[in-house]
Design a protein around this ligand. Sequence first.
Ligand SMILES: Cc1cc2nc3c(=O)[nH]c(=O)nc-3n(C[C@H](O)[C@H](O)[C@H](O)COP(=O)(O)OP(=O)(O)OC[C@H]3O[C@@H](n4cnc5c(N)ncnc54)[C@H](O)[C@@H]3O)c2cc1C
Length: 485
Amino acid sequence: MAMAGVRQGASLWCPQPCQRNQLRSSLRQGTQGVCPRVSHFATVNCAANADLSKEYVIVGGGNAAGYAVRAFTEHGVEGSKICIVAKEKVPPYERPALTKAYLFPLDKSPARLPGFHTCVGIGKPRQTDEWYKEKGIEVLYDVAVTGLDVSAKTLSTSSGSSIQYNNLIIATGATAARLPKAIGGALQGVQYIRDVADADALVEALQKCKKLVVIGGGYIGMEVAAAATAWSIDTTMVFPEPHIMPRLFTPSIAEKYEELFRNKGVKFNKGVTVKEIVSKDGEKVSAVELSDGTVLDADTVVVGIGAKPAVGPFLESGLRMAEGGIEVDGLFRTSTPNIWAIGDVATFPLKIYNRTTRVEHVDHARKSAQHCVDSLLQVQQDPYDYLPYFYSRIFEHPGSERKVWWQFYGDNVGDVVEVGDFSPKYAAFWIQSGTLKGVFLESGSPEEFGAVAKLARQQPKLDAKKLQGASSVEHAISISLEATS
Ligand SMILES: Cc1cc2nc3c(=O)[nH]c(=O)nc-3n(C[C@H](O)[C@H](O)[C@H](O)COP(=O)(O)OP(=O)(O)OC[C@H]3O[C@@H](n4cnc5c(N)ncnc54)[C@H](O)[C@@H]3O)c2cc1C
């Protein structure tokens, strides 16, 4: 089915027949464990002066890149055919850890690399540097792609070298949105968090921090503020909306979490924006001035105000863009043959709701990588059919008496029925025109989380009044499950 906003003309979306044959033949070679060094490049449009030529080049060494490589190796494609070009200095890792166990106080066993390289997030082997070396996969660390020439099939890089690809997967993710320099967004002590280098800088700051201001009430802000309580740091959260996690939480869900934060000493300044991040010495942050005139003293400020897709190197390439990201079809093919895009940077057809979107969550990064590689290698050709899923975990450090782990599946549209006492369980069901659209669950068991995923996928007809009468979260889930049969 063609999705609104994504044009699926066969001439643009489909690789040329000869390219398909090359893919098949390279897959056969890989499956047999025979990986001739780029001999097939004689058949493609080579850039005469490329410093490196690869069958499969993945740009971006993040979550999606790690899972894409795993998918290639599971199909027997490895060795010198594959190359990752990574801006970071370490192999791909599970990025969500950076604002969770990475921020535990130093005496509470914080997570550190190599503990959370991909693909431990789904219980698969850790892909350390040694793993890539054993597989013969080249990872170019600390190298940023700076441009793409689609007709020559080459990438230019920050190191000055160029890389030629036969198939290119773009997995550059997103970058943390920043506050303008003019209002103090680049002062010393103002932290943004996207990669492990940022997390290291934040850990260093937390060790000395006395007063922390967290700007942004989304999941990054909540996770950083929760971590700061484990360090016993005086913490204030600031955001323009009326409550935390405004894009998902209802006011009553938010109130429950805010109460938890308050019990741990976190203060809130809601409904305000930042006028200026102030510095007494012109270098280091000393306070945050808010739009209502309040001035909050601070030696560290963490800004968690969203992210922007990392499309910079591709803007002039001719790749079609949509909603700020790189437009792909249900097989993750861009508008240019032999180029795919996955993870946070890809704008894809969300089949279940018949709309196009970008998703900045790790589950999608993993699944889009798998789906893309399966499609690229022609293992399958079904369009991606993703069920939106998001989670957050806070207060999980050793010794914490109340650990928080919520998951959300589906679409938060329609009216909401909330069930539970939050000690610790709580659930919310979004119902639109009598159809269940989305489910939020706090502190569920693995079976219950599985059940709510099934509910959001199946979207049963549901009587809101019956659900309102549920005596417990378990009861509400069982009422909803009955509606699926
Ligand atoms: C701190 C934090 C916590 C998170 N917590 C959660 C969570 O709890 N739950 C959840 O569902 N999601 C969470 N996310 C979101 C999740 O991590 C992302 O959706 C996921 O990492 C996206 O994977 P990706 O590969 O598309 O991008 P990324 O993992 O960001 O990887 C992109 C990589 O590309 C590199 N790159 C960028 N440009 C270039 C270039 N020009 N050349 C070479 N390399 C380049 C980047 O350096 C980066 O390493 C979190 C994200 C962050 C930052």
